[in-house]
Ligand binder design. Structure first.
Ligand SMILES: CC(C)(COP(=O)(O)OP(=O)(O)OC[C@H]1O[C@@H](n2cnc3c(N)ncnc32)[C@H](O)[C@@H]1OP(=O)(O)O)[C@@H](O)C(=O)NCCC(=O)NCCS
Ligand SMILES: CC(=O)OP(=O)(O)O
Length: 336
């Protein structure tokens, strides 16, 4: 089950750094203050130095010990501009344009990761997901063996028994209408992330149809994706296309897909498109009393994540740790 303390233990054994590009946001400051007090993950705050200290004072949090970086005074800016121009040469990047773009804390922060100055990055607190994701796509790109970057959300809530209920949902933030093959990749990556959350993934390819009960191109797309996935990963437990009720309720599953061992018991949900995924996770978060971790970027070649602008300081704190520990220390040999 989801064991947050294990991530903190990992970071104590092998300390990491995390870049927080929105250094003046009070939630980022609160999270940074907690990280500094814990002494296991060094936050790097981006912003004008005076503005960050002022924001910390206003928010009432002690961030002594935090490193603050400002694009306009960064000592390695010439080197950064050079590297950024090389990376974006195919798009005709000039030094002048690069200097302008790198004033943006998300581009600046992402380049710090690319240059190997720091280990991980978490954004999306003040900026939209697109603002955080675009620099990552343009500068970092897809990791070897993957065809696309996608995302998932981990949702966690306490159970009466004292442990946590964990479900993982993909893609809720990035790919607007994934193809069948993209859905297969999203499901595979989301399932690997579910393992990182400590659950044994049981994957449902969601639809408004269960095994042909409904018709339409979106039903066909989910059905074909589910079949392709099952063929490619026969050792992984999956079902689809399936409606959400049959995916999570054993009683409904008994009627809608009798004979399936995992229907009614799935915990890793693959949505047909971004509208469904984004709306779905927010319904769970706001009406289902879940804490949200993510969007966690999947298939990206560096530990960079984003949040929703309505995240809490606690989510910034927890996601900082997850980003640095879970992705930064991930044992990819467990991926299957
Ligand atoms: C993410 C998103 C902005 C990318 O849009 P896009 O129009 O493809 O962007 P661009 O064409 O400018 O692509 C930028 C780069 O990212 C790459 N890219 C885009 N999507 C990618 C993906 N899913 N995986 C890997 N690379 C991707 C492109 O190939 C391009 O690379 P290049 O510039 O080196 O050639 C777009 O998919 C989007 O708007 N998604 C919805 C995000 C959203 O609104 N979320 C809701 C709230 S969470
Ligand atoms: C993930 C997401 O929906 O982000 P935001 O709420 O910032 O749009």
């Amino acid at each position: 089950m989801f064991d947050f303390d294990s991530y903190i233990r990992l970071l104590r054994e092998d300390p990491k750094t995390i870049v927080l590009p929105e250094g003046t946001d009070p939630r980022v400051i609160e999270a940074a203050s907690r990280l500094l007090a814990g002494n296991f993950l060094q936050p790097i705050l981006i912003g004008e130095e005076d503005a960050v200290w002022e924001a910390a004072q206003e928010a009432g949090y002690n961030i002594r010990g935090a490193k603050i970086l400002t694009p306009s005074t960064y000592e390695k800016m010439d080197e950064m501009v050079e590297q950024f121009c090389e990376i974006r040469a195919k798009k005709g990047m000039t030094q002048e344009k690069a200097r302008e773009i790198l004033k943006d804390p998300n581009y600046f922060g992402t380049m710090l990761i690319k240059m190997g100055e720091y280990d991980s990055l978490l954004g999306g607190v003040m900026h939209s997901v697109i603002d955080t994701i675009k620099p990552a796509l343009e500068i970092i790109g897809t990791k070897e063996g993957n065809n696309l970057v996608s995302s998932c959300i981990g949702l966690v809530r306490p159970r009466a028994t004292g442990d946590s209920e964990v479900i993982v949902l993909g893609d809720c933030a990035l790919n607007i209408k994934p193809t069948e093959d993209e859905l297969v990749e999203i499901a595979h990556e989301t399932a690997n992330c579910a393992r990182d959350f400590g659950i044994d993934p049981k994957i449902a390819f969601l639809s408004y149809s269960t095994h042909g009960s409904g018709k339409g191109p979106d039903v066909d797309r989910m059905c074909n994706a589910a079949n392709k996935f099952a063929e490619k990963y026969p050792h992984m437990e999956s079902i689809g296309e399936v409606q959400f009720d049959a995916a999570v309720s054993p009683a409904v599953a008994a009627t809608k897909c009798p004979g399936s061992e995992i229907a009614g018991h799935t915990n890793t949900f693959i949505f047909p498109d971004l509208s469904a995924g984004n709306i779905g996770y927010k319904i769970a978060r706001y009406l289902g009393n879940f804490e949200a971790f993510g969007p966690i970027l999947l298939g990206l070649n560096a530990p960079i994540n984003t949040l929703s602008r309505e995240c809490s300081a606690s989510e910034v704190y927890h996601m900082s740790i997850l980003t640095a520990a879970m992705l930064g220390h991930r044992d990819h040999s467990k991926d299957s």
